[in-house]
Design a protein around this ligand. Structure first.
Ligand SMILES: Cc1cc2nc3c(=O)[nH]c(=O)nc-3n(C[C@H](O)[C@H](O)[C@H](O)COP(=O)(O)OP(=O)(O)OC[C@H]3O[C@@H](n4cnc5c(N)ncnc54)[C@H](O)[C@@H]3O)c2cc1C
Length: 456
């Protein structure tokens, strides 16, 4: 069967597209979610065009072989993890920006283009592609779309799904569907674009995307504040969101600041319980008024230090500190990264719950994230050589998911369900919604070959 499958793939694909080298397969076995299970792929296909993708899915359908679409492999939920005997379908060689239309405010791109490359192509025409996951320099647009990636500026400009006008998608049987279009408004039929965005490669393979661009906003002013308590920072966040429109509102707790300072010293206060980073890009008088209002919110919530800077380089340095949060925590030990979201009014309760869980389970938790979206990444750090520590870390990870659900929140704000959070999805959605998920999956992928075991 394996040889026959490889022969059939070889008959319809360029020879350099098929890779069975053991080391390369090993490198394509999993994403960055270290503790999510993964299987052994049979072959890696590096598609270079939509026809390659169609050919793979036709062969896979005929032989009922699983196909795992893969972008840059930077995912944090095991979404791109291989299943035994699967075809890993890499889209990274489909990496062209096909068009930037400055008057239509859109770009057409292939899925293997990096987020940073879309931003650069837009910037060449004086425009801006807004979505900015912290992985923007190395994650692909296909992966961003398939996970509906968030990021730092979502608090004002929305997530990846808010920046998509249309898609080209290859379905499980190899047929091609185009969704949406180039218009800003479009309500013709069901919103298939939204269905594929965030579907984590389980409903189709995205081979092209038409993205919304914007004029670049004015230069941002950056505010920083430190707090003696996490709950104080949480209160400041809810207050800032109720009174202003920050273009960024991020939080890091003490454990995270210490990890960042140990990794790359940037002068963060490692004694403060929480560090808040906010921005306004409103510009002019409105920008000044927003920053002043944010500062008042911080002071009223008990901040011990509040300052702001209009200097772009200084603002970027502070953003670097935030972007280093996860890599810095990873250097402290093995990590289990949560991605929970709660309604804005419940952020202080979430932060308190995470502190309680860390104490109860006797684990170190570094908490950082997109506080203005209520989307936090409590990250359990532990010694990978100690089985008891792993057990406590797993229990803390699950407790944090439970805490988010108890606060009316979600088990994932932006990283996706993948395999890591799959056992919890039913708890959040309920049986009826899970049934709808399974019916949709059955209708789109009746043989169940597309990224099996992920999402539902
Ligand atoms: C340091 C770091 C910081 C991060 N920060 C953020 C952040 O701020 N916000 C955020 O949302 N995420 C973040 N992530 C997670 C990750 O970068 C995103 O989930 C990203 O969107 C994944 O893109 P990728 O190209 O690596 O996709 P992969 O990891 O390869 O795949 C992700 C999922 O998409 C599917 N997929 C990939 N391409 C396609 C396609 N063309 N068609 C259909 N399905 C496809 C895969 O099957 C898988 O389910 C971070 C990760 C790291 C390591």
């Amino acid at each position: 069967m394996n040889t026959a499958l490889l022969r059939e793939l070889a008959a319809v694909l360029p020879s350099e597209a098929l890779i069975t080298d053991a080391d390369v397969l090993e490198a394509h076995r999993r994403d960055q979610a270290e503790w999510a299970p993964s299987g052994q792929p049979l072959v890696l296909v590096r598609a270079t065009c939509t026809d390659d993708v169609r050919a793979v899915l036709r062969v896979a359908s005929a032989r009922k072989v699983p196909v795992v679409p893969r972008g840059a492999g930077s995912g944090l939920s095991g979404g791109a993890n291989a299943t035994d005997g699967c075809i890993v379908l890499s889209l990274m060689r489909m990496n062209r920006v096909l068009e930037v239309d400055p008057r239509g405010l859109l770009a057409v791109v292939q899925p293997g283009v990096l987020n940073a490359e879309v931003k650069a192509a837009a910037a060449e025409k004086g425009l801006w592609y807004a979505p900015d996951p912290a992985s923007w320099e190395f994650s692909s647009l296909g992966g961003n779309l398939a996970t509906n990636a968030g990021g730092l500026c979502c608090v004002k400009y929305g997530v990846t799904g808010d920046a998509v006008l249309g898609l080209e998608v290859v379905l499980a049987d190899g047929s091609v569907v185009r969704t949406g279009g180039r218009t800003v408004k479009n309500v013709a039929g069901y919103d298939l674009t939204r269905l594929f965005v965030g579907s984590e490669g389980t409903l189709g393979v995205i081979t092209e995307a038409t993205l919304k661009l914007r004029p670049k906003p004015p230069r941002a002013t950056t505010l920083v504040a430190t707090f003696p308590t996490l709950s104080g920072a949480g209160l400041a966040v809810t207050d800032i969101m109720a009174r202003t429109r920050p273009s960024l509102l991020e939080l890091m707790d003490r454990a995270t600041c210490r990890a960042v300072e140990a990794y790359k010293p940037l002068g963060l206060d490692v004694e403060a319980a929480a560090f808040l980073l906010a921005r306004s890009d409103a510009g002019g008088d409105q920008g000044v008024a927003e920053i002043e209002a944010m500062a008042r919110c911080c002071e009223a919530a008990g901040a011990t230090f509040v300052t702001h800077s209009e200097d772009e380089a200084e603002g970027e340095l502070l953003l670097t500190a935030r972007r280093l949060a996860f890599p810095a925590l990873e250097r402290q030990g093995a990590t289990l990264l949560d991605d929970v979201g709660v309604p804005l009014s419940r952020i202080p309760e979430l932060l308190a719950a995470v502190e309680g869980i860390a104490a109860r389970r006797e684990v170190l938790v570094g908490t950082f994230g997109h506080a203005g979206d209520g989307n936090m990444h409590p990250t359990v750090v532990f010694d990978r050589k100690d089985p008891a520590a792993l057990a406590r870390a797993r229990a803390a990870f699950d407790d944090i998911l439970e805490a988010a659900l108890a606060l009316g929140g979600t088990i994932t704000g932006e990283h996706g369900v993948g395999v890591l959070k799959q056992p919890f999805l039913g708890r959040q959605l309920g049986e009826e919604a899970m049934r709808v998920h399974r019916r949709l999956k059955g209708a789109m992928d009746p043989l169940g070959i597309l990224n099996p075991g992920k999402v539902c």
